[in-house]
Ligand binder design. Structure first.
Ligand SMILES: C[S@@+](CC[C@H](N)C(=O)[O-])C[C@H]1O[C@@H](n2cnc3c(N)ncnc32)[C@H](O)[C@@H]1O
Length: 232
């Protein structure tokens, strides 16, 4: 167990390149990503299933800003993040009452929640960072009430040329003078950001006890939004 979480931390540290800096980037970009359009979607697709004192999970909570925003938006909410990268946990500012972070590896999580006790969950740009999301989805299914909802936002698989076009100059990729380390970094990230298509995610959800109720692709197909409901 300890060995597994250390493997995950090493994998994440490599993927995030400079973890402390990436945590600050996540913080600085928060308002931009969790903007009016995000909250309109959240209100339309997720809040209708809230119970009077909602419990909401944030898988891969990063520096915890979504948890803070949830507590400001909905008094009385319990907002629980799951995170295991040390530099993300260190970047979390003191959380308000009602918010907490559990230090667990989502590759095989055991969350401190009773069966069927959560109303909703967010998985924002986290599933593509995982070797497999099966255990996380099964654990989420256990924690959510029947009809509870999950919002997934994540990078989706696209052809290499579409991916490269958004990362760098094409001429640089094919220039013999480009350092090999730069090419390796680019192509490793291509595999990691291209892990699942929208159809893959729907397939995984269907087999872990969810019904997909809404899907949407944006940014030339590179970004997916999926809403799924826990089946009874
Ligand atoms: C790209 S960041 C996104 C953070 C936040 N969800 C957001 O949208 O601002 C992905 C987060 O998921 C966490 N993460 C990835 N794999 C994880 C795992 N196996 N267990 C726990 N956390 C994980 C990373 O450490 C990172 O903080």
């Amino acid at each position: 167990m300890t060995e597994r979480i250390e493997q995950t931390r090493a994998q994440l540290a490599r993927h995030h390149r400079d973890g402390a800096r990436f945590a600050q980037t996540m913080k600085q970009g928060f308002e931009n990503r969790f903007n009016e359009a995000f909250w309109a979607d959240w209100a339309r697709l997720i809040e209708p299933v809230y119970s009077p004192q909602p419990v909401v999970l944030d898988l891969g909570a990063g520096p915890g800003l979504f948890l803070r925003a949830l507590t400001q938006r909905t008094p009385g909410i319990r907002a629980i993040g799951v995170e295991c990268a040390p530099y993300m946990l260190e970047a979390v500012d003191p959380l308000p009452a009602g918010a907490e972070i559990v230090n667990e590896d989502l590759h095989d999580p055991h969350l401190p929640l009773a069966d069927g006790s959560a109303d909703a969950a967010l998985a924002s740009v986290v599933l593509h960072e995982m070797h497999q999301p099966i255990r996380a989805l099964l654990e989420l299914r256990r924690c959510l009430k029947p009809g509870g909802r999950l919002l997934i936002l994540d990078w989706a698989r696209v052809p290499l040329d579409v991916y490269l076009r958004h990362q760098t100059e094409e001429a640089r990729v094919f220039d013999p003078a480009t350092p090999v380390q730069e090419l390796e970094d680019l192509f490793v990230h291509f595999i990691e950001h291209n892990r699942f298509s929208r159809e893959d995610l729907s397939y995984l959800l269907m087999h872990t006890g969810f019904s997909v109720i809404d899907t949407h692709l944006s940014r030339e197909g590179r970004y997916a939004r999926i809403v799924a409901e826990r089946r009874p």
